[in-house]
Write a protein that binds this ligand. Structure first.
Ligand SMILES: [Zn+2]
Length: 299
C-alpha cells in the first residue's frame, strides 16, 4: 500500500493525493476518483474507507485512488478551480489546444491514472449547490459491463443512465474503452456518513465484480432491476428564491410544476415546469438561484 503526493506539472496546481494498492496476484487495474469537484465529501471518505479495508495479499490487480482529484478546488471548498474558474469535470481528457492549470490537471489525471486503468469509478455528490437522489450510473455506449457493476453497487443507489457529455471524466473514460461508472449522493456540502458507507460497500462490490477480491458471505450481490433514471439537468433562465413543489424521488409528468421562483417582494418570477416525464433526481440546496443555475434533474 502506497500513500503519497503526486506532483504534477500544472502551473500553480498543488500535488494530487494518491493511494495505491498492488495485489499479490495479477488482475485488472481499477481507479477510483473523488473530489473532482472540491465541495463534495462522500467520495473522498469512501476512497479512504475502501483502502482501509483492502488487503493487498488478497487482491488481484491494482487499485489506484485519487480521493481529491482537484486539490486547489478542495482547499477553496469550491466546485471549480479558484484560479481559472474552470470546472475540472468538463475538460477531460485535457486535450492540447486548451489552456490553463485545470486543463493541465485534467491531462495529468487522465493520462497518469485513467489511461493505464481498465475501469474507473468517479464519485460525486451535489456539492454546495445541489442535493441528489443517490445514483450509480453508466453510459449508453457501455457494452454491458459497467451496467452490471452499477446494478450490483448497492440498493441505496438508483440505477442511472448518465447523459453523454464531452469533458466529463467518466464519459471520456468510457469513450477511451474503460469500464466507467459515475455516482451521486445527496449534497449540500455535508458529509453523509451513510453515503460514504454505501459508496465504500459499492466499491467493494465493483472489486468483486471485476474478480479482484473474493466476496465475504455477508456481501451478497443483488442485481438491481429498476429502470434507470435518464434525462438531464434543467437550468433556470431567471434567478429568484426557489420554493420546490416536489421532493427528491417524486415521479412527475412533463410540464408538471417543480417549484416557484419569487423575487424579494414576493412577486412570482417564474413557475419552473418539468421538461420531461420522470423521477426528480436532483434539486437545489442553495435556494437562491441565479439565471443559468441548475434547478432540477429529472429523468
Ligand atoms: Zn461533482
Amino acid at each position: 500500500m502506497w500513500r503519497g503526493w503526486w506532483q504534477i506539472t500544472a502551473a500553480g496546481m498543488p500535488a494530487v493525493p494518491v493511494i495505491a494498492a498492488r495485489g499479490a496476484r495479477a488482475g485488472p487495474t481499477l481507479v477510483v476518483t473523488g473530489g473532482v469537484h472540491g465541495d463534495e465529501y462522500e467520495g473522498p471518505a469512501a476512497v479512504h474507507g475502501l483502502f482501509a479495508r483492502l488487503d493487498p495479499a488478497r487482491l488481484r490487480g491494482r487499485v489506484l485512488g485519487a480521493p481529491v482529484a482537484n486539490m486547489a478546488a478542495w482547499q477553496a471548498r469550491a466546485r471549480v478551480t479558484p484560479t481559472d474558474r474552470v470546472n475540472l469535470n468538463r475538460v477531460f481528457p485535457g486535450d492540447r489546444g486548451m489552456e490553463g492549470p485545470t486543463r493541465a490537471l485534467a491531462e495529468a489525471v487522465f493520462e497518469g491514472l485513467v489511461r493505464p486503468a481498465d475501469a474507473l469509478v468517479d464519485l460525486h455528490s451535489g456539492g454546495v449547490a445541489l442535493v441528489h437522489l443517490p445514483l450509480i450510473g453508466w453510459y449508453a455506449g457501455d457494452d454491458g459491463r459497467a451496467e452490471r457493476l452499477a446494478r450490483t453497487f448497492g440498493p441505496a443507489l438508483h440505477p442511472w443512465l448518465i447523459p453523454d457529455e464531452r469533458g466529463v471524466l467518466s464519459y471520456e473514460a468510457q469513450r477511451s474503452g474503460k469500464v466507467a461508472l459515475g455516482a451521486e449522493w445527496h449534497g449540500g456540502a455535508r458529509l453523509d456518513a451513510a453515503g460514504a458507507a454505501a459508496y465504500t460497500a459499492g466499491l467493494r462490490s465493483v472489486l468483486r465484480g471485476l474478480g479482484m477480491i473474493d466476496g465475504e458471505a455477508s456481501e451478497v450481490q443483488h442485481l438491481d432491476g429498476r429502470q434507470p433514471i435518464a434525462g438531464d439537468y434543467q437550468e433556470t433562465p431567471v434567478g429568484g428564491l426557489f420554493v420546490p413543489a416536489v421532493v427528491l424521488g417524486a415521479r412527475v409528468a412533463a410540464g408538471q410544476a417543480l417549484g416557484t421562483l419569487y423575487d424579494e417582494v414576493g412577486v412570482v418570477v417564474a413557475e419552473v415546469l418539468s421538461a420531461r416525464e420522470g423521477i426528480v433526481a436532483g434539486l437545489p440546496h442553495l435556494a437562491l438561484l441565479r439565471a443559468g443555475d441548475r434547478v432540477a434533474y429529472v429523468g
